[in-house]
Design a protein around this ligand. Structure first.
Ligand SMILES: NC(=O)c1ccc[n+]([C@@H]2O[C@H](COP(=O)([O-])OP(=O)(O)OC[C@H]3O[C@@H](n4cnc5c(N)ncnc54)[C@H](OP(=O)(O)O)[C@@H]3O)[C@@H](O)[C@H]2O)c1
Length: 286
């Protein structure tokens, strides 16, 4: 059965590709950057150059494919790209898509990334394809975006939020995605992936303090201060807006849900924040 992976060079996708390779799955991998082709070939997989924003490249990538992983980065073009991929998959005779989505999609969709995923999910439901959805919570790996200020000042800056947020390591989200790709019993199933803990950002700072052995503080910023800081550092306004909306939702107590999915599907405990911090201590230490 030919499988096509998208997003395999990203934070989650590279674990998905490595895990599938370790199981002997020889997938085709859509790449924008030819420089990544050697890494893909080294996994025993087949690189194919293409771009989700360029439908002309997708027909060749999808030829003969039975199932695909649809995983794309957030951007204002994400919905159009993902819908275009689904349409190209239908045209190519693909049978099944596993879509990497986000927590709260299909629910209250109170931040733009969930709204974008929800819109694509509904397009997938209407496509006639078999599907399986993976909806991860807030990535622990997002704290790596604050590694510079944690190293230099012992502080990280996020939108103000005093309520707990359920955190997930992308390695757990990758393992759940692999489970969905390899098991047709996951058809029609929505897998919300969280870790075992919901923590406030102050509690996260406390864990960092313990793991790194020096004072670390969370600095809660008013929304517009956060926007100015992020865009001032070169990030796009839509990213700042999405993060502000995410933490505004969290402030209403909507992000502390724990799904138990890793335990149920994989029969093991999820990766905790302490292990994440131990594994990435080099990024956070001066
Ligand atoms: N951050 C969170 O807390 C969180 C939580 C839940 C869900 N999510 C969802 O996770 C997804 C992102 O996952 P991630 O962080 O693992 O990914 P990521 O590190 O942002 O990587 C994105 C991947 O998509 C590829 N890509 C981007 N644009 C493309 C295009 N036009 N054509 C082909 N490939 C393209 C990238 O390839 P290149 O190497 O060519 O750039 C890369 O492989 C988003 O949909 C987001 O909503 C995030």
């Amino acid at each position: 059965m030919t499988m096509l992976l998208t997003g395999a060079t990203g934070k989650t996708g590279r674990y998905i590709a490595q895990s599938l390779a370790a199981r002997g799955v020889r997938a085709r991998v859509l790449l924008r950057d030819p420089a990544a082709a050697a890494w893909v070939a080294g996994l025993g997989m087949e690189p194919v150059i293409g771009d989700l924003s360029d439908p002309a490249t997708l027909a060749a990538a999808l030829a003969g494919v039975e199932q695909a992983l649809l995983l794309a980065a957030n951007s204002p073009a994400q919905v159009a790209m993902e819908k275009g991929f689904i349409d190209a998959a239908v045209a190519a005779g693909v049978r099944r898509i596993v879509k990497y989505s986000a927590i709260s999609a299909g629910g209250d969709e109170d931040y733009r990334f969930a709204r974008w995923h929800g819109e694509t999910e509904r397009h997938l439901f209407a496509s006639g394809l078999d599907w399986s959805l993976v909806r991860p919570g807030y990535f622990m790996q997002n704290f790596l975006m604050s590694a510079d200020s944690i190293r230099a000042e012992g502080r990280f800056y996020l939108p103000a939020c005093e309520e707990p947020v359920s955190l997930v390591d992308v390695r757990d989200a990758a393992d759940i995605t692999v489970a969905c790709l390899l098991d047709r019993a996951q058809d029609g199933r929505i897998r919300t992936v969280t870790g075992a803990e919901s923590l406030t950002m102050h509690e996260v700072a406390g864990r960092m303090e313990r793991a790194l052995g020096r004072p670390i503080a969370y600095v809660p910023l008013p929304a517009e201060d956060f926007r100015a800081a992020l865009t001032g550092a070169g990030a796009p306004d839509w990213l700042a807006g999405g993060m502000i909306e995410f933490f505004a939702g969290a402030s209403r107590g909507t992000r502390d849900h724990l799904s138990g999915c890793v335990h149920r599907l994989l029969g093991r405990e999820p990766i905790g924040l302490d292990r994440f911090l131990a594994d990435h201590a080099g990024a956070f230490n001066p």
